[in-house]
Write a protein that binds this ligand. Structure first.
Ligand code: S3P
Length: 184
């Protein structure tokens, strides 16, 4: 018996955070999990734990396709078997159709949306730990940002994260999620 066989009540669905690198998925996800008293899972950290290697090392020694395969296996299985988690995804996960449809059909997907100008202010702090950024010009990164934004638009809710602190964003999201649960 899998989760697919029974309709999952809203308050048992995983809450899944998507968005570009540096949008604050992990920080906001942790805060949200505390507020909702739910377990938090960061997909990249879980992949690192399972495969015993940092994501940067996986990219370096095995290549991006190997990482994407690990990402898909982990997330499709998570969507199939787990409930009541707050999950932050890596910024590229949603580009894989299988991950996207598993997340959208089993969870509540929140896009943490950041304007390009705001993201640029975070760029320096991201480059060392994000292999995807390392081989690209700024123009190419902006293209990636714009292309991905179109894919992130496939969500259940969107939250602009430019103006508010992570604490305030998590608070607003928790209130919205609780309101949804109480109407279910
Ligand atoms: C990636 C984003 C990273 C990580 C990997 C690839 C991407 O996660 O999964 O470096 O393709 O955007 P964050 O979005 O948490 O930085």
């Amino acid at each position: 018996m899998t989760l697919k066989d029974t309709p999952v009540p809203l308050n048992q669905k995983n809450v899944i955070l998507i968005g570009f690198m540096g949008a604050g998925k992990t920080t906001i996800g942790q805060l949200l999990a505390q507020k909702l008293e739910r377990e938090f899972l960061d997909a990249d950290q879980e992949i690192e734990r399972i495969h015993g290697m940092p994501v940067t090392e996986i990219f370096k020694s095995m290549g991006e396709p190997a990482f994407r395969q690990m990402e898909k296996e982990y997330l499709v299985e998570l969507c199939r078997t787990s409930r009541e988690k707050i999950v932050s995804l890596g910024g590229g996960s949603f580009m894989q159709e299988e991950i996207r449809s598993a997340c959208l059909s089993s969870g509540i997907v929140y896009h943490l949306d950041l304007a390009w100008e705001s993201w640029l202010e975070r760029f320096e702090s991201l480059i060392d730990t994000r292999p995807i950024l390392q081989s690209k010009s700024l123009e190419e990164v902006q293209d990636l940002f714009n292309n991905r934004k179109q894919v992130y638009a496939d969500n259940h809710h969107r939250f602009a994260v430019d103006q508010l602190s992570p604490e305030k964003i998590a608070e607003a999201m928790a209130a919205q999620i609780r309101a949804g649960w109480s109407q279910d």
